[in-house]
Design a protein around this ligand. Structure first.
Ligand SMILES: *[C@@H]1O[C@H](CO)[C@@H](O)[C@H](O)[C@H]1NC(C)=O
Ligand SMILES: *[C@@H]1O[C@H](CO)[C@@H](O)[C@H](O)[C@H]1NC(C)=O
Ligand SMILES: *[C@@H]1O[C@H](CO)[C@@H](O)[C@H](O)[C@H]1NC(C)=O
Ligand SMILES: *[C@@H]1O[C@H](CO)[C@@H](O)[C@H](O)[C@H]1NC(C)=O
Ligand SMILES: *[C@@H]1O[C@H](CO)[C@@H](O)[C@H](O)[C@H]1NC(C)=O
Ligand SMILES: *[C@@H]1O[C@H](CO)[C@@H](O)[C@H](O)[C@H]1NC(C)=O
Ligand SMILES: *[C@@H]1O[C@H](CO)[C@@H](O)[C@H](O)[C@H]1NC(C)=O
Ligand SMILES: *[C@@H]1O[C@H](CO)[C@@H](O)[C@H](O)[C@H]1NC(C)=O
Ligand SMILES: *[C@@H]1O[C@H](CO)[C@@H](O)[C@H](O)[C@H]1NC(C)=O
Ligand SMILES: *[C@@H]1O[C@H](CO)[C@@H](O)[C@H](O)[C@H]1NC(C)=O
Ligand SMILES: *[C@@H]1O[C@H](CO)[C@@H](O)[C@H](O)[C@H]1NC(C)=O
Length: 869
């Protein structure tokens, strides 16, 4: 028994000194030298006195020779000595993935002939992928995210017939790899080629890889159809094709891929319907969002017992959802938003209580929310905005224990907000805008400690604003506009350091009280109420204010000069109040460098417009190209899976597929001055001509005298100019024909004389633009009354009231309601518009909100709600 060690010991020493082992030791030391600085502790066991086979990350075979090096995920950096590595003659596994290795591979790997597994993925190599042609024992090859680029040596794959696992993701190829070489690797069960700049079609040869279980070709530039031969891949359980340019229908027989559990083909241009998929009963995750799919969601989907994630948003699907959806499966996530789905929403969604995210936004669903939804104990997001759902909301919904977002906006829900609402401990976003909720806002709403956004815009709520709201320590956005709320605005609201947006417009509030603490508001809108008395003085302390809208109240005061110190101000609307006196602030040296919209119309302001102060409005002077200033403002962003982030704009912006649901966009480029319907007099200041990015200027219905300053012709962005009903005299400078963007011009009812300039836009204005003057001649050539007044969808005829713009529709289209009216309100003048005005104005709107034009052709849903502003 005891002679065995005696026998082995000399053998052991023999091994140590054999040429092979000393060669191994040599090679490993070279590797150590290259890497050790980056992780000294890891390689501390790599010492002369230790046996090679006991080095960390090193394994030996029965011959005592190194067969495996595994140093993946060790924060190693350095340039690899491949000549040394490949002289480890029996090395079979080299696993160095997820490090920070760099350098290009100058030597070839032709001596690494025994390698079976090579993982260099997730590193920072540079240069071309090395020639792999001699590694004919290779079973696993991963260069995923290795950093290599250039033309991939596809030819060399022809010798790698033993490959079963090939991962070349994130390697940018110069050449399409779906080639004949690849199609010969018929032992592959794992092929990963995502995010590799692959172009061209997926070729039929892919169907020869019949052992494939996982095929990932996402995030490339693949075109054409999914090849028919893919239906040969019967073992496939995961197929990822998302973010390509694939077109066409699912191939016939696709439904034979019954092993498929994960199918991701979102973000392509796939057409056709889902009927081929109805036999894929094993599906766990199906993501086909952002395609062109049509037809109905097959009833069979409701029987898929494993289906957990169904994401079909932004397609053209029609018909009802399978009524059994969620009643069998372990369903956790459903997003079918932005389709044309109709009918009732599935009744049993939460039978198994796993349901977490349920998004039905922007469809045509009808009926109510089923009582059973009160069982959705795990539900985190429920968003059904923009459907035709109605009725009362089941009481249990208000108190779901996990719910973080409830978005019922833009439906026809009614009834009152149950006091149970205070039990929804996790609720952060409660979005109920545009419904018919009535009654009072329950006092218990103050129990929602996590509330961030409360949007009750356009409902029938009345009573007072509960002061308990101030208990919600994180409340940032509060919109209760367009209700019938009355009484006083709770004083505590301004003491909330988080509150950035407060919109109480279009209510019946009578008093804002005198708040005295510090104020962090960025937007305050109390327009359209019955607020009397003086300008609310507490605003002096709101030093972050960007938007102030007091329109349509009964405030009687002189111009609030102290606002001049609020240099963040972008939008100031005092329209339709009883302000009086001069707007000059001689004692103030503050300025409004950000100001974009100022609307003082319909007050009793008088005196001169102080030209010097205009020149501090730098935002209006910016060149068009650098007018990219953004509202330093709270912003809500969709995270793409139905969640909403909110953040302040001056923090890092997360851009996610361009989905921005916010007011920021609206005000970026738009600039407007409206001083109409006051008693201003004197000359129009020459300095106005310096506000080069001004879009709208309305000085009508005042008592301005003298000539129109010729500097106005420098306002190259100007789209609307109204100087009507003043006492302007002199001639119209021919320079004004430089205003090529001008769509609306009204100089009527002045004392102008001389020849009306012609050329450019000027030939298109109707004669009404010039009438009522002293001696203007040569009227514009026949005004263009031929171009069909095919007014776009947003302008609708109303038998009694004439044409009106459907403001609500616009706000729906833009996806965010707040702030919009302020900008657009400024486009409305004192007068009733002619059809020509509408058309011209629509053109302006389209320029400001480009998405209007394209989207109006799609949506034909007109809920008439009387004009908001
Ligand atoms: C191998 O390493 C371990 C610790 O890493 C050590 O305990 C052991 O003694 C070493 N064996 C030899 C033969 O050096
Ligand atoms: C390498 O080691 C890591 C753990 O450090 C392990 O997860 C991985 O499976 C190993 N790779 C190989 C090829 O053995
Ligand atoms: C790698 O570095 C990161 C960050 O420095 C550290 O958190 C991690 O633990 C390191 N990993 C290893 C294996 O050393
Ligand atoms: C391969 O090994 C041979 C013999 O050891 C050596 O001469 C040659 O330089 C090696 N080739 C490379 C590319 O390392
Ligand atoms: C494939 O292997 C053969 C023989 O080992 C060799 O001659 C040939 O060059 C290899 N092909 C490639 C593309 O490396
Ligand atoms: C490839 O790398 C990406 C990250 O770039 C990672 O998400 C993916 O899981 C990796 N795939 C494989 C098969 O290693
Ligand atoms: C796929 O297999 C078929 C039949 O085995 C063969 O004729 C065809 O050439 C193969 N396709 C490719 C691209 O290798
Ligand atoms: C699908 O499977 C059915 C029955 O197994 C078979 O008859 C049909 O030919 C297959 N279709 C395709 C396209 O492979
Ligand atoms: C607004 O309040 C006044 C009295 O303060 C009342 O007469 C009127 O009916 C209220 N309007 C609405 C819409 O509640
Ligand atoms: C502004 O805030 C200061 C304290 O920060 C306070 O003393 C003052 O009364 C406030 N002014 C108004 C008008 O509320
Ligand atoms: C333009 O309108 C005038 C009257 O408003 C009409 O007489 C004329 O025929 C119209 N021109 C065209 C081309 O329709």
């Amino acid at each position: 028994m005891s002679f065995l060690p005696v026998l082995l010991l000399p053998l052991f020493f023999l091994c140590l000194v054999s040429p092979s082992t000393s060669n191994d030791l040599d090679s490993l030391f070279k590797l150590k030298t290259a890497l050790e600085n980056s992780n000294p502790t890891l390689l501390s066991s790599w010492k002369q006195e230790n046996p090679t086979c006991n080095f960390t990350g090193v394994l030996c075979n029965s011959n005592g020779l190194v067969s495996e090096i595994n140093l993946s995920q060790q924060n190693l950096s350095g340039s690899l000595p491949f000549d040394a590595i490949c002289s480890l003659r029996e090395l079979e596994t080299l696993s160095l993935g997820s490090n920070f290795l760099y350098g290009s591979l100058t030597q070839d790997l032709s001596n690494c002939t025994n390698l079976q597994e090579l993982d260099l993925g997730m590193n920072a190599f540079t240069g071309k992928v090395p020639d792999l042609g001699s590694l004919n024992q290779l079973r696993l090859l991963s260069l995923n995210g290795s950093g290599f680029s250039g033309i991939f040596p596809w030819k060399s794959l022809e010798n790698l017939t033993k490959l079963t696992f090939l991962s070349l993701g994130d390697v940018p190829f110069d050449e399409s790899p779906i080639t004949t070489e690849l199609a010969k690797l018929d032992k592959l069960y794992w092929l990963y080629l995502s995010n590799s700049s692959i172009t061209g079609k997926i070729q039929e040869g892919i169907g020869n890889l019949t052992l494939l279980e996982n095929l990932e070709l996402s995030q490339n530039q693949l075109v054409g159809e999914i090849p028919q031969s893919i239906t040969n891949l019967k073992k496939l359980w995961q197929l990822e094709l998302y973010e390509n340019f694939l077109t066409g229908k699912f191939p016939v027989g696709f439904g034979n891929l019954t092993s498929l559990t994960n199918f991701y083909a979102a973000n392509n241009s796939l057409e056709g319907d889902l009927s081929e998929l109805k036999s894929l009963t094993g599906l766990v995750s199906l993501q086909l969002y952002e395609n062109q799919l049509i037809g109905e969601v097959p009833e069979e989907f409701g029987e898929f017992k494993n289906l957990a994630n169904l994401s079909l948003y932004a397609n053209k699907l029609t018909g009802p959802l399978p009524q059994k959806l969620g009643s069998w499966s372990g369903m956790e996530f459903i997003d079918v938003s932005e389709n044309y789905l109709s009918g009732p929403i599935p009744p049993d969604m939460c039978k198994n209580e796993k349901m977490t995210v349920f998004l039905l936004m922007q469809n045509k669903f009808t009926g109510g929310i089923p009582e059973s939804y009160a069982n959705c104990k795990s539900l985190v997001r429920l968003r059904v905005r923009y459907n035709s759902l109605l009725g009362t909301v089941p009481a249990g919904i208000w108190s779901l224990p996990s719910v973080s977002i409830i978005d019922l906006s833009m439906n026809q829900f009614e009834g009152s907000l149950a006091s149970d609402i205070g039990k929804a401990n996790s609720l952060s976003f409660l979005l109920l805008a545009n419904n018919q909720f009535e009654g009072q806002i329950p006092e218990t709403i103050g129990n929602l400690k996590k509330l961030v956004s409360l949007d009750l815009f356009i409902n029938n709520l009345h009573g007072i604003i509960p002061g308990s709201l101030c208990n919600s320590q994180g409340l940032a956005f509060l919109d209760m506009s367009n209700n019938s709320l009355s009484g006083m605005v709770p004083q505590c609201l301004t003491t909330m350091s988080t509150l950035a947006v407060l919109n109480l417009g279009q209510n019946n509030l009578t008093n804002v009280g005198e708040w005295s603490q510090n104020c962090n508001l960025e937007t305050l809108d109390i327009s359209g109420n019955q607020i009397q008395g003086q300008f609310p003085k507490f605003l002096v302390n709101c030093t972050k204010l960007e938007v102030l809208n007091l329109r349509n109240n009964e405030i009687t005061d002189s111009f609030p000069c102290f606002l001049k110190n609020t240099s963040t101000l972008r939008v100031l609307v005092l329209r339709s109040n009883k302000f009086y006196g001069s707007i000059g602030c001689p004692k103030s040296n503050g300025s409004w460098p950000m100001l974009q919209i100022i609307d003082l119309a319909q007050n009793n302001f008088s005196g001169d417009i102080p030209g010097a102060s205009l020149t501090s409005w730098q935002a209006m002077m910016a060149n068009k190209d650098d007018a990219s200033s953004k509202l330093n403002h709270i912003q809500f962003q969709d995270n793409g899976i139905g969640g909403i982030y909110y953040q302040f704009y001056d923090t890092i912006t997360i851009t996610n597929k361009g989905l921005e649901t916010n007011l920021v966009k609206i005000l970026i480029v738009f600039t407007s001055i409206d001083f109409s319907c006051n008693e201003f007099n004197g000359s129009i200041p020459e300095e106005i001509g310096e506000l080069k990015s001004l879009h709208v200027l309305n000085l009508s219905n005042n008592a301005f005298t003298n000539a129109i300053p010729s500097s106005l012709s420098n306002l190259s962005q100007l789209e609307s100019l109204d100087l009507s009903n003043n006492n302007l005299s002199g001639q119209i400078s021919p320079q004004f024909t430089k205003l090529t963007f001008l769509e609306v011009l009204d100089l009527s009812n002045n004392q102008l004389v001389g020849r009306i300039p012609s050329g450019n836009q000027f030939s298109t204005f109707p004669k009404e633009s010039f009438e009522g003057n002293k001696d203007l001649f040569e009227p514009p050539l026949n005004a263009d009354n031929t171009t069909g007044l095919s007014l776009p969808a947003l302008m609708k005829s109303h038998p009694n009231s004439g044409d009106e713009i459907d403001w609500d529709l616009i706000t729906v289209e833009i996806g965010f309601t707040f702030g919009f009216g302020i900008a657009i309100g400024s486009l409305l003048f004192c007068k009733r518009w002619s059809k020509w005005y509408y058309k011209a104005m629509f053109n302006i709107l389209v320029k400001i909100f480009p998405q209007l034009e394209q989207r109006f052709s799609n949506h034909r849903r007109h809920v008439y709600i009387s004009q908001r502003y």
